[in-house]
Design a protein around this ligand. Structure first.
Ligand code: 2YG
Length: 274
């Protein structure tokens, strides 16, 4: 997973309503609705009074990312939940979260970004939630994935979660990873889990030229170029960096879903509140 930088996330909190309006324009659904769909929970079933959230900064590994906890809290607050960032970090922060009545804690180290609900003992991992959340939004933006050929680039944790979700929604998946062993293993896993046949691509340029629906779960940037795009191209690109070359953004932005945190955090929240 790519480590976020402050410049990737500082504007998230203040721009949530603009972000959501754009999401509604592209998918027809709000962030909350997409996350609830991805978490398979009914919005009406969630009692927000029992979902008080604390975001606990962690200093381990490369340390705190300035603005990270604030961005996570901003997304959660936008969705209408009571949320606070703890004054303390690490163990002190976790104790403060519980002492101040949090039901749910969000915290991230270098390996995992998790949500934990102490009341119902539910947990959610950001990579898994991000894959499901973006796959859900991608299907809404494309209209349907049933019978549609979809290319997944990047077969890591986010790609795996998205692949399962999209296969179950009827997508005809081709998976690509720079490490062909990983893409072959993901294809076998998805076929075992869903019974859906999955193709393995070995030439990135070739598979990009052959697909209009592209799910970019890769940590690489700049590999989707102008010649790979058409008026029928739809892209889902969770996290940073964006695989699309910057000069082509204007050509596909209306048909591209891309954010550093929002859909993943919202899906984590509904995963543990449901
Ligand atoms: O509490 C803090 O400020 C830091 N310990 C946060 C560190 C987060 C490191 N991980 C990442 O930057 C990303 N993998 C987070 C998830 C990106 C969205 N998929």
């Amino acid at each position: 997973m790519t480590r976020l930088r402050s410049e990737d996330i500082y504007a998230i909190g203040p721009s949530m309503s603009d972000y959501d309006a754009l999401l509604v324009r592209k998918t027809g659904r709000s962030l909350g609705k997409i996350a609830a769909l991805a978490a398979s929970v009914a919005l009406a079933s969630i009692d927000q009074r029992k979902c008080k959230v604390a975001v606990v900064p962690l200093t381990c590994g490369e340390g705190i990312i300035e603005g990270f906890s604030q961005a996570v809290a901003g997304i959660i607050a936008y969705l209408g939940f009571e949320v606070f960032m703890t004054d303390g970090t690490d163990a002190a922060g976790l104790a403060l979260a519980v002492e101040h009545g949090a039901d749910i804690v969000f915290q991230a180290d270098e390996e995992r970004f998790v949500a934990i609900n102490f009341a119902n003992r539910k947990t959610s991992d950001n990579s898994d939630a991000t894959g499901r959340g973006f796959a859900t939004a991608f299907e809404l933006m494309c209209g349907s994935l049933s019978g549609r050929r979809v290319l997944l680039v990047g077969c890591g944790q986010v790609g795996r979660s998205a692949a399962i979700k999209m296969a179950r929604r009827g997508a005809q998946l081709t998976v690509y990873d720079i490490d062909h062993t990983i893409s072959s293993k993901l294809a076998e896993f998805v076929q075992r889990e869903t019974g859906c046949r999955v193709l393995v691509g070995t030439n990135l340029d070739e598979v990009l030229l052959k697909h209009c629906l592209i799910f970019d779960a890769s940590p690489a940037d700049g590999f989707i170029k102008g010649r790979h795009l058409s008026a029928k191209t739809f892209i889902a690109a969770p996290g940073i960096p964006l695989g699309l070359v910057p000069g082509c953004w204007a050509q596909v932005e209306e048909r591209t879903l891309h954010d550093p945190l929002q859909i993943g955090v919202a899906t984590m929240l509904y995963d543990v509140c449901g």
